[in-house]
Design a protein around this ligand. Structure first.
Ligand code: UFG
Length: 329
């Protein structure tokens, strides 16, 4: 059985769906602080899924899961992930993302589970020194969120050396899109990400574009948008890698292509088939001008093959946005 923490969240739910469709037995452990019970109810229709509501900050709750189930490996998504909030409330981030993960790793060691795939982030690199960013780029996070993820990466290295706990850390760039069949999708409250914010903009609540004076092709920030279903597949590849005896490792997950905020905005307008109300605002604090992944390592070692375009992601995001707007989840 595979334990998925944070399986009610955005990336966790798409990975759970992909694994259920492969016939895997899954147990999701999620606090539902940011995830949604409706997502779990949907996922249950597609395979053998057990759900436990619990918090990683409570060691006994996660120990209980290992005690009552035969867990073979873990995919660990559960974390808070808003960069801005991590700056104003670092305690929430260190306590949940670092302490919570320590509890999970303690339980794994106690019950002899030695394989984990971990959601890391491009935010561990901080302000890029060069692009595209490969895995040997220095890791100097510029916010508490990035710090928590880097700390966990370091803990995993030390636990590997001391206890033989094998980890694959997946450093996501900008994740986009929804399930092709619109069963699940991106559902954050509040929503801070570009694509859902563009798609849901109205005359009353215009889309706010942050910063037009960056040193990029059109003055707006450039990001590497990786489709969420392609990303889910990378987790399956990472599990296979560990199951085949792979050593502790880490990979960038992106497309090696950058798109500016203005480019994303115009693809959204094209797909929606209408003008989207737009307002220009000054730069948002902490946004690097360009973040693009060199994904060569993941392709070579994990045999991962992302094949969905930005347009594919925006199409599914747009369909999911209609479901969210009409509360049809
Ligand atoms: N943007 C807007 N308006 C919005 C939202 C975003 O103009 O309403 C712009 C941002 O300023 C940025 C770009 O769109 O230039 C992308 O912003 P997102 O918030 O969608 O994504 P980020 O690049 O800020 O963040 C992503 C992940 C984080 C991760 C970070 C790594 O969501 O979890 O990459 O740098 F930490």
């Amino acid at each position: 059985m595979i334990l998925i923490t944070g399986g009610a969240g955005y990336i966790g739910s798409h990975t759970t769906m992909a694994l259920l469709e492969k016939g895997e037995d899954i147990i999701v452990f999620d606090s539902l602080d940011t995830g949604h019970i409706e997502t779990i109810e949907t996922l249950k229709n597609y395979g053998n899924l057990k759900f436990v509501k619990g918090n990683l900050k409570n060691l006994d709750e996660i120990r209980g899961v290992f005690m009552s189930n035969k867990i073979d490996s873990v995919i660990h998504f559960a974390a808070f992930s808003q960069v801005g909030e991590s700056v104003t409330n670092p305690q929430k981030y260190y306590y949940n993302n670092v302490y919570g993960t320590l509890n999970l790793l303690n339980a794994m060691l106690e019950f002899g589970v030695k394989k984990i795939v971990f959601s890391s982030t491009a935010a561990t690199y901080g302000e890029p020194e060069y692009t595209p960013i490969d895995e040997s780029h220095p890791q100097n996070p510029i916010n508490p969120y990035g710090n928590t993820k880097l700390m966990v990466e370091k803990i995993m290295d030390d636990y590997n050396k001391a206890y033989g706990l094998k980890s694959v850390r997946l450093r996501y760039f900008n994740v986009a899109g929804a399930d092709t069949n619109t069963r699940i999708g991106e559902w954050h409250e509040p929503e801070t990400h570009l694509i859902p914010n563009v798609l849901k903009a109205t005359k009353e609540q215009t889309f706010k574009l942050f910063g037009t004076d960056y040193n990029t092709i059109d003055g707006t920030c450039v990001r590497d948008y990786i489709n969420v279903e392609d990303l889910a597949q990378a987790h399956i590849c990472a599990l296979m890698y560990l199951n085949n005896g792979g050593e502790t490792n880490y990979f960038n997950l992106g497309t090696k292509t950058g798109n500016s905020v203005k480019e994303v905005f115009s693809v959204c307008e094209k797909i929606k088939g209408e003008k989207i109300p737009l307002e220009y605002l000054p730069r948002r604090e902490g946004d690097p001008a360009i973040l693009v992944a060199d994904n060569t390592k993941a392709k070579q070692i994990l045999n991962w093959n992302p094949n969905k375009s930005l347009e594919d992601s925006i199409k599914t995001a747009n369909e999911w946005n209609k479901i969210l707007t009409n509360k049809q989840y």
